[in-house]
Ligand binder design. Sequence first.
Ligand code: OKP
Ligand code: ZN
Length: 345
Amino acid sequence: MDVIYTDRHRLHRGEFEFFAGELVPCYEKPERADAVLAALTACGMAVGGPESFCLAPIERVHTPRYLRFLESAWQRWRALGKERDALPDVWPIRGFRHDIEPDDFVAQLGLYSFDTATPLTAGTWTAARAAAEVALTAQRRIAGGARAAFALTRPPGHHAGADFFGGYCFINNAAVAAQALIDDGARRVAILDVDYHHGNGTQSIFYERADVLVQSIHGDPKTEYPYYLGHADETGSGAGTGFNRNYPLPAGSSTASWFDALEAACGRVRDFGPAALVVPLGVDTYVGDPISRFRLDRPDYLRLGARLAALRLPTLFVFEGGYAVAEIGENVVNALRGFEEAGGA
Ligand code: OKP
Ligand code: ZN
């Protein structure tokens, strides 16, 4: 299968994130994508670079105001005399105004974010935009008739909403690709997010739409990040009612129950009858992941890939989480190989 990748991801290299009241080294680091690339090349997969795109396909998902903020953020932070990464320290919670953008830069950081785990660095905009281009290039392969493609994106995307960053994500790569599939003529697109964490950004972007079915299998938000979204009763609203489905599973859930959820989600994909499938592929469901609590093991990713291949849909995999760097490459390769060996391209 075609793999799209650029080493511009390395320009985004956060130093510290807040984790339970402490500053710790960022889990989301360049070595993650480097390890996946090494594993893919070792097994002979063809890797190509991204084409360039203007901002228009990204603005189909994100607000121009938010993108302008991201683009200028580092320069403005530097103008304040800062050299270390930018992190927010104040947010407009319930009852505050969201319609007026404050002039203060840190106040703007809070307006456009939801956590302290997502440092904005010198190369963040360039890397995030490059990741969106990786996803769009892979999308073009699918629109051009390819059976499958893998967008090796970093930073990840599924927590980013139309006008906010968080959860290590700035631009929602999978949502940009899904929207581009629609804009290229697909009448319906299904998204099936298998990362350990709920894809809150993707859910919110498509929540009122019937043309994009969004499903996510994840750790129960009662105990797992992102905590405030991802419950089973969130099924869409307005025209989108019935076109959002969540499968929250308790932390520590067995692999058997994870595959039961996958089966239910695949049934709904089939019933929806989409022209293409987008899979935000996180391998933080791995038993050895340092920040997650499911128990999938290496061969389980072969089975995941094979189950997705059986849907017989053009399939765009978009890389998300996975923090056990030593095993991340093997787990991603297994998902893609499982797909190919079951009849995917
Ligand atoms: C990104 B992705 C909780 C810290 C959680 C953020 C996790 C972001 C996961 N104290 N940190 O979905 O893999
Ligand atoms: Zn995750």
